[in-house]
Design a binder for this molecule. Sequence first.
Ligand SMILES: [Zn+2]
Length: 238
Amino acid sequence: MLLYIGTMAPDKQNITDIELATPEMTEKLVRGCVPRDDSKAEAMLETEEQLFARLDSEVADFFEVDPLEPKIVTYKLKEDLHRAWVEADSDDTSEAPDWIVAFATYSNIIHILSSDVMPPWEGIMDGPTRYKKTVKHEISHLYQNLINKAIPPWLSEGVSLFVAGQDYYQQMRPGELSIELLDELDNAPTDERIYRVGINMVNMIMAHFGKEKLFEIMAIKDKNDRYAELQRMLPWLK
Ligand SMILES: [Zn+2]
């Protein structure tokens, strides 16, 4: 019953590519949709439980539903988190990819490395907010279940990255995106490309069509219907 997996380290190159990285538009959209509070002082006064509750209610606001109040289990050891990852996925006996630092399950539980042991990501400068974004990312996966329990991995990751404000991924040119690529990633939850492809697709949908359209796309169950709708919206998508 494994839901889509956690946040991962982005390409090292992303951060240095000023021209292409972190489109201003994305930043504005994220700020507009998801309240952010990067105040260190407030974070220090807030207990972990309060932090989780606040992030949960921010995600609930985005999805326009009541807070789900998920259970959040923190781990001091990566090995323990990875053991939980294997145990949570009854269909998959393979090991957790090394980069997993958090994951969500269908039973409304977030498993995450505790903030003091989460490894730094090379090139990422927003250390104080990174943990919050990771928690928010995982919580977002749970809310997506309310719309559709079978959202393809690339779309699910794109939505979670967007809601969490994790704008670490390099912008893709329209020519780099194709139905063939989306189809290849439709059943590839551990393929690292799902993150960059997903956030690029979600950024485009949000910028040009808005949140209601995004929810509509997420709700489509048949992949061919989804591709047809995406091609209708984005005629360059071949
Ligand atoms: Zn994820």
